[in-house]
Ligand binder design. Structure first.
Ligand code: PMP
Length: 368
């Protein structure tokens, strides 16, 4: 059976090479005679997996030595609460850039409701403009100039998966900067040193669901609040190297294989080039027929990972999805909260999937 072209926003396509390798060693892993699913997370074989996953991630992202890399559970959604529970002492500010960063903000606000001494501000909101862009360099600079220098942190997002908008460059900040990179981590080189805490669910660019990567600066650990429950305290996972309790072994194992694949592709510079090329091919179709394919993102904030657009009528969108499915172009429906069409083209999306989509979009436009 051939693989369909799959544009899911996550869990998303994984590199076929990584899936095949997992298949080949599924029953007997690393001369143990057992599946990786059956061995102890404290066995030497698994320790090698988690160490390799960390070292490959460090290599790919050029993570500085004074940062910790954690493999946690609970998804990026748990990080929304966990980072506030650990680091919100007095005052934090949030970029409200779209559906996911809004959730992060709401989670901090919820925490604040039972902790009256805390202050949670919206530093900037894209809501009134329909979440069609994220701050550019100039706006980012203006926001920096207004910041309370005593802020515990500001929280931003690099890519809004649902709206299909992205920061085009690393954000920079005078106060600790936390960033949700769930949907574009490893899609381009980033300056990790510009952030104090980065987190990302794995199920888009890193592997299967079930593991969440957190990259945090060592000096932050001294600021962890007292009385955070053990499992929610970042220090627990730093001290125990993500092995305080049983970690999601299979997800970490798969993540390691995806990191191996990424290195073999030439790392993040190569991935970035490919991602730009693929995204441009689809945006070129939107730009060629702007009355028909109506891009949601302002051009200066276009995401390389999630391309969102609407068609002139809901009926045409239904037809688009149905005819696409006939050509094995799957999972193109926009998120239920915003509708329209969304093509997610993460790192592992093959060139021929993008080519097939582009060809279909031209044909559909001609026909309708
Ligand atoms: N942040 C972003 C940017 C996301 O795209 C998602 C999931 N799609 C989340 C957070 C939530 O992630 P999880 O499902 O791992 O909790």
């Amino acid at each position: 059976m051939s693989r369909p072209h799959h544009f899911s926003a996550g869990p998303a396509v994984l590199p076929l090479e990584a899936l095949k390798k997992a298949q080949a060693e599924f029953l007997t892993f690393a001369d143990t005679g057992l599946s990786v699913l059956e061995i102890s997370h404290r066995s030497e074989a698994f320790e090698q997996v988690i160490e390799q996953a960390e070292s490959r991630l460090r290599d790919l992202l050029a993570i500085p030595q004074d940062y910790h890399v954690l493999f946690l559970q609970g998804g990026a959604s748990l990080q929304f609460a966990m980072l506030a529970m650990n680091f919100l002492h007095q005052h934090a500010a949030y970029i409200d850039g779209g559906s996911w960063s809004k959730k992060a903000l709401q989670e901090a606000q919820k925490w604040q409701q039972t902790h009256a001494e805390l202050r949670v501000d919206t530093l900037w909101s894209g809501k009134d403009d329909g979440y069609a862009y994220l701050p550019d360099d100039q706006l980012w600079q203006q926001l920096q100039d207004t910041l309370d220098p005593g802020l515990d942190y500001i929280h931003t997002i690099s890519n809004e998966t649902i709206q299909g908008i992205a920061l085009q460059r690393d954000a920079e900040s005078r106060v600790p900067l936390f960033c949700d990179m769930s949907s574009d981590i490893l899609s381009r080189p980033v300056n990790v040193g510009a952030y104090d805490l980065i987190y990302a669910g794995a199920q888009k660019n890193m592997g299967p669901a079930g593991v969440t990567v957190v990259i945090l600066k060592d000096r932050l650990l001294s600021k962890v609040k007292a009385h955070v429950p053990t499992m929610l305290d970042y220090r627990t996972h730093v001290e125990k190297k993500s092995l305080y309790n049983t970690p999601p072994v299979f997800s970490i194992y798969m993540l390691n294989l995806v990191m191996e694949w990424l290195q073999a592709q030439g790392g993040l510079d190569a991935m970035y080039g490919r991602n730009q090329r693929q995204a441009q091919a689809i945006y070129d179709v939107l730009d060629a027929h702007p009355d028909f394919y109506r891009g949601h993102a302002r051009p200066a904030s276009r995401s390389l990972m999630n391309i969102t657009f609407t068609l002139p009528t809901p009926e045409l969108e239904q037809r688009f999805l149905a005819e696409a499915a006939q050509r094995q172009l799957m999972a193109l429906k926009g998120h239920r909260s915003v509708g329209g069409i969304r093509a997610s083209i993460y790192n592992a999306c093959p060139d021929d999937s993008v080519a097939a989509l582009v060809e279909f979009m031209h044909a559909f436009h001609r026909q309708h």
